[in-house]
Ligand binder design. Structure first.
Ligand code: PLP
Length: 351
């Protein structure tokens, strides 16, 4: 394989010495901790919040390792997927010199993180069928291209990207390919996590923000080869996942039935809502979705968006985005919420 981390990582990242925390330097058992300037009296809260959290979140990773069937050493945890996106750009992209590839319409944070780091973003629009334009991608990759971001199922279009196209990119691009699977739990497509052993350049991202219902705790998961994981750990903030998040996530991960039940309901509701939205006179298209939302093209989407707002229903207006003209992105709600949306939409009178 031509994937050679040594040649891909920025020199300053390779050369730097990571921060070494007090807990990092000591590994053994002790009963008196006078190494980290913590408060020995505890805190006003009934937990050990006075202590710094495990910088490597070992317990959480162990549990995730079982659930995802991937060794702990292949897992990095971030303060949301957003942290992982930023760290990857900082590891691989030389500001002002390198570029990343993204395929809009897609998730906004790849571009934002690249721009924060003064990294050029090459945009290669999806095809009208919301698939990768393989020819244009091949022509756009240059020697400065350091990361390719693929979102599948894609936000805001909802569809999965052709597996075969992803494999072609993994086989032909020498740098890291980041596959964002934030919505994989709602899809019938297989995750690429088992493919990690086959592709050293594959980086898979998932999150607890969607199917697990933990957007407020901020926990993003990244799965990659151990050398990539080591690089992420090297440059992250030492205590990026706080104690409360680690504790609560450990509890939540035991409740897989809760999650599976709600995934099933959401998928069922998605198909029902799709059918019902399709029947409205002013609906032009409801696109196929493998996610927990629907992209819907409607006559005068802006007006409908404002009408819904006036009725207290907020959807995502994507109508000013390329390929999403007159489109609203609607998150699948509870059966009651979806019914409310339909009832309100039926009151809408197109001019
Ligand atoms: C929601 C979403 C995420 C999740 O980000 P977090 O920072 O983990 O909350 C990541 N990628 C995509 C495409 C998303 O839509």
């Amino acid at each position: 394989m031509r994937f050679n981390l040594e040649n891909l990582v920025r020199e300053n990242i390779k050369a730097m010495k990571p921060y070494s925390s007090a807990r990092h330097e000591f590994s053994g058992t002790a009963s008196v901790f006078m190494d980290a300037n913590e408060n020995p009296y505890g805190s006003a809260l009934p937990d050990n919040f006075n202590r710094y959290p495990d910088p490597l979140q070992r317990q959480v990773k162990e549990k995730l390792s079982q659930i995802k069937r991937v060794p702990s050493q292949n897992i990095f945890l971030g303060n949301g997927s957003d942290e992982a996106i930023d760290l990857l750009i900082r590891i691989f992209c030389e500001p002002g010199r390198n570029n990343v590839l993204i395929f809009p319409p897609t998730y906004g944070m790849y571009e934002v993180c690249a721009h924060v780091n003064n990294v050029q973003v090459k945009e290669i629009s999806l095809t009208p069928a919301f698939q990768l334009d393989m020819e244009a991608i091949e022509q756009s990759v240059d020697t400065g291209t350091k990361i390719i971001f693929i979102c599948s199922p894609n936000n805001p279009t909802g569809n999965s990207i052709e597996r075969n196209d992803i494999e072609i990119i993994l086989n032909n691009f020498d740098g890291p390919v980041v596959l964002d699977e934030a919505y994989i739990n709602y899809s019938s497509q297989r995750s690429f996590i088992p493919e990690l052993t086959e592709y050293p350049n594959l980086i898979v991202m998932q999150t607890l923000s969607k199917a697990w219902g933990l957007a407020g705790l901020r926990l993003g998961m990244l799965f990659a080869s151990p050398p990539v994981i080591d690089l992420l750990n090297k440059i992250k903030y030492p205590y990026n996942i706080n104690t409360a998040t680690q504790h609560l996530v450990l509890q939540a991960l035991d409740k897989r039935e809760w999650m599976n039940e709600h995934i099933a309901t959401t998928v069922k509701e998605r198909e029902l809502l799709k059918e019902n939205l399709s029947r409205l006179d002013f609906t032009l298209a409801v696109y196929p979705s493998d996610a927990n939302f629907l992209l819907v093209k409607m006559q005068n989407a802006n007006t409908i968006y404002n009408f819904l707002c006036s009725k207290g229903i907020i959807v995502r207006n994507r109508s000013n985005i390329n390929l999403c003209e007159d489109c609203l992105r609607i998150t699948i709600g509870t059966p009651e919420e979806n019914q409310k949306l339909l009832t309100v939409l039926k009151e809408y009178k197109p001019k």
